[in-house]
Write a new protein. Sequence first.
Length: 131
Amino acid sequence: MFNKILLPVDLAESEMAERAAREAVALGKASGAALRFVTVDSVVPVVPGYEHLASQSKIDAFVSKIDYPKERVSAVVRFGAAYHEVLVEAREWGADLILLSSHRPTMSTYLLGSNAAKIVRHATCSVMVLR
């Protein structure tokens, strides 16, 4: 089925992140896939490394609660536009599935486009969107 599942998470949206993590674990267990959690900070660090360490510790704490073999789970923090960094991480890591959660679309999303829509549109691998 899948060998590498990339899971972008917004740690500020803990309920959505936890639900997506449960789905990723279920898919991973069914196929023996490696899981990579990625969070994207939109601001480039002013003090090099400071924000990165804070974000890394937050995602590490989140991932430590995942019920999955620890050697099959990794986490990374990227900086920039969310959709772009998710796509770059998927390509560099060699993901064959991006599993992401998304809010229900609103009128502004239809007009401007959401991160989820951009990821679906431009990904070179399969994408599963959880509503």
